[in-house]
Ligand binder design. Structure first.
Ligand SMILES: NC(=O)c1ccc[n+]([C@@H]2O[C@H](COP(=O)([O-])OP(=O)(O)OC[C@H]3O[C@@H](n4cnc5c(N)ncnc54)[C@H](O)[C@@H]3O)[C@@H](O)[C@H]2O)c1
Length: 696
């Protein structure tokens, strides 16, 4: 059968607008005469290899010259393009009329479903499947329709570099199952898919210099490849596998983001012997509710879909008209396959999306078969309150924390967050994404939270530290006075920076209801209380004490002799400091061991599982957790704390503070400052508040 191509003479070609990065700066910069010569040269080369049909160019439609975007042809069928940009939509009726005049059966996508023809859909040259691009011009949701109409398997590829906005700018299937392509133009998933379908011996991956010369935008007829320009090494590689490369300069068209392939459309595409309709694309509709615009939640959701390789269509958006009212969105989310869709949905659920009621199903439960091992595909919890649907009823999970499983007891109608290691045989664990929803607190808009949060804003000015200290002091007092709970997690830097007496004050005055730390905070606090030094340094005078580097070991030894901190206090050995105040005021503490611990103290729990358990018991019911200069313990505590608990993280290193902010919790406050200074300001402020009340 004669191979036929469709071309369109460049009579009206020019760069009249900007709809891709190549056009930028090139408006009306293409040379008409040169463009015509280049087009003619391509025509002449191709004419030797195939027969060429022409469609009439139209004034005002400069890009009609790129016939690859007219539609997608397979056999006698054509899916006519729906252009993404208004500037090109005028081409649609002309191409459609031409296809109809040639007796093609035409298929048309809905108005709002863009698909740009053979620019974004390329047949494997053995006819086994269709590669289809999405991400810039064509919509992923067009792929299942194409699969159905053309009765062919469609493999969806996600384009991620805007310079390569159409699949044919970076991807060119060749005779014999070879593939010329630029891997960097695709996301990881797409690259994996390509590697699974095309053996490495047949993949000809090109580098950026060839890619920007549009080497992939090539016309392949048999063993001939016609393209704008290719490096010598690329020509050699193609030559080595039996291809002859013909270069023909198309620089005038590159100014509009097109070259050889864009200027042609192959209209004789034979149908493979055993075609099959398959599209791996899966989609679902989700709902979101809340302050979607002003909290940026909707942007986060949509970005998340695209970043994970999916695409979306906003089906409905009801804007809350007043400051207090919430907005609602219904979004169709599509992904190139079911696995990716599940990953996306998981992340969307994390930020509060729910599957709409009409498609609500009960959560899927799978029994644990091996103690301490979750079923595959188990749902991983976040810090946000989680509800699971069991027998049509939504049940709130208790002991909310992140990185856990949800175990359901359908008879008792209970759900609880459990760590993997705590799972028992027979526990019913929630798997998949159905029947799960998380709740985000709406009070994000509270003014105080804005003033309070300057997490991630880098180093805070002193005035800002003072402001935030005022707020925290107020909160601490409120919590204490209403019988609430404040937990402190602290590292030894508290002691080194002179903060120990201040923390001791907070404990003594009833502002602290549990203390979490490691071996070091206790050792260094007691070193200071007993020997007057911290790591051998006299904090009063700021000088090292001779032999002081052994002080902390002597203290450890002393406490070990008495059997523990409590015993040392009772024996009158320990008479001041953080640990002393904890014992005296019955404030529970937990010291979690680590590999760098000296001693350890008898009170330090070296079994980390037990230590984690003790930590999590102590943070139950906390209103506020003050995290003082311990990356290890602060992050550990952050991971087991549900949303709704205010976290105040004080650290000199902004990265530690930001890490805690990554929880995405609105209640988090970061204070980038010296912890000793912070504690001293906090105590001053509390004392000021105390006397203010006294004066009334
Ligand atoms: N002798 C010992 O037994 C001993 C000694 C040291 C640490 N440890 C143990 O090692 C583990 C980790 O110790 P860690 O929590 O101290 O270390 P860490 O590295 O987890 O955290 C220390 C944090 O303090 C911050 N920091 C430093 N100077 C600061 C300042 N002036 N103001 C505010 N923040 C400041 C750092 O940026 C860091 O994030 C703990 O379990 C601890 O008990 C044991």
């Amino acid at each position: 059968m004669t191979i036929r191509y469709l071309m369109c003479a460049p009579d009206f070609y020019d760069v009249d607008y900007v709809i891709n990065p190549w056009m930028e700066g090139n408006i009306h910069r293409s040379n008409q005469t040169k463009a015509k010569e280049q087009w003619q040269a391509l025509y002449d080369i191709l004419k030797e290899l195939a027969s060429i049909d022409l469609v009439d160019p139209q004034p005002g439609l400069p890009d009609m010259v790129f016939t690859a975007n007219a539609g997608l042809v397979l056999g006698n069928k054509v899916v006519v393009s729906r252009f993404f940009h208004r500037e090109r939509q005028g081409e649609e009726p002309h191409f459609k009329a031409w296809f109809q005049s040639q007796g093609f059966e035409t298929f048309e996508l809905p108005q709002d479903l863009p698909f740009e023809g053979a620019g974004d859909a390329l047949l494997d040259r053995e006819g086994r499947w269709l590669w289809a691009g999405y991400g810039f011009r064509s919509e992923l949701d067009s792929h299942p329709l194409i699969a159905q109409w053309l009765d062919i398997e469609v493999l969806s590829l996600h384009l991620v570099d805007s310079r390569f906005y159409h699949l044919d700018t970076c991807f060119c299937p060749l005779t014999g199952g070879y593939l010329l392509y630029y891997p960097e133009a695709f996301d990881t998933y797409s690259n994996r898919l390509i590697e699974m379908r095309v053996p490495s011996s047949k993949r000809i991956a090109i580098s950026e210099p060839d890619a920007v010369n549009f080497a992939c935008n090539a016309v392949n007829v048999g063993q001939t490849i016609i393209l704008n320009k290719a490096s010598d090494s690329l020509k050699q590689r193609l030559g080595a596998v039996g291809f002859t490369v013909i270069e023909t300069p198309l620089t005038e068209f590159l100014k509009a983001g097109g070259a050889a392939k864009c200027l042609t459309l192959r209209i004789t595409e034979p149908i493979a012997p055993a075609p099959q309709e398959v599209s791996h694309v899966e989609s679902t509709v989700i709902q979101m509710q809340g302050h979607l615009l002003d909290t940026g939640l909707i942007n986060r959701a949509l970005d998340l879909v695209v970043d994970a390789g999916g695409s979306f269509q906003v089906l409905e958006f009801k804007l809350g008209v007043q400051k207090q009212s919430t907005s609602e969105a219904k979004i169709r989310v599509s992904a190139p396959d079911g696995e990716i869709l599940k990953t996306i949905l998981n992340q969307l659920i994390e930020i509060g999306a729910i599957l709409p009621r009409e498609t609500d199903r009960d959560a899927q439960l799978v029994a644990v078969e091996q103690a301490g091992v979750a079923p595959d595909d188990f749902y991983v919890t976040t810090i946000y309150p989680t509800e699971v649907r069991v027998k049509g009823e939504w049940i709130r999970a208790t002991r909310q924390r992140m990185d856990a499983c949800v175990v359901v007891d359908p008879a008792a109608k209970t759900a609880v967050c459990k760590l993997i290691r705590d799972l028992q045989v027979g526990d019913l664990v929630v798997v998949g994404v159905e029947g799960i929803r998380t709740a985000h607190r709406p009070e994000v808009r509270e003014k105080s939270s804005k003033e309070f949060s300057f997490m991630g804003s880098g180093v805070s000015s002193e005035r800002r530290v003072e402001l935030v200290v005022e707020q925290i002091a107020w909160e601490l007092r409120q919590i204490r006075d209403r019988g609430g709970k404040t937990v402190v997690t602290a590292g030894p830097v508290v002691v080194h920076t002179g903060g120990a007496p201040h923390l001791a004050y907070l404990i003594r005055e009833g502002f602290v209801h549990a203390l979490l730390g490691g071996n070091a905070i206790a050792v260094h606090d007691m070193e200071q209380a007993i020997m007057g030094t911290s790591l051998g340094v006299d904090l009063q005078r700021g000088v090292s004490v001779s032999g002081g580097h052994r002080h902390h070991l002597k203290v450890i030894n002393l406490i070990r002799r008495y059997g523990g901190i409590k015993q040392a206090v009772e024996a009158g050995i320990l008479t001041s400091g953080i640990m002393y105040e904890c014992i005296k005021n019955n404030v529970p503490f937990s010291l979690a061991g680590s590999i760098r611990d000296d001693g350890p103290l008898p009170d330090t729990e070296m079994d980390l599982i037990k230590a984690q358990k003790h930590y999590s018991e102590l943070i139950q019911g906390a209103d506020l957790i003050l995290m003082l200069s311990s990356m290890l313990h602060s992050i550990g505590v952050g991971n087991m704390t549900p949303a709704g608990v205010k976290l105040v993280c004080v650290d000199i290193n902004p990265a530690v503070v930001t890490k805690l902010a990554d929880r995405g919790s609105i209640e988090s406050v970061g204070v980038v400052t010296d912890v000793g200074l912070f504690l001293s300001l906090l105590v001053q402020q509390l004392q000021k508040l105390g006397s203010a009340v006294f004066n009334v």
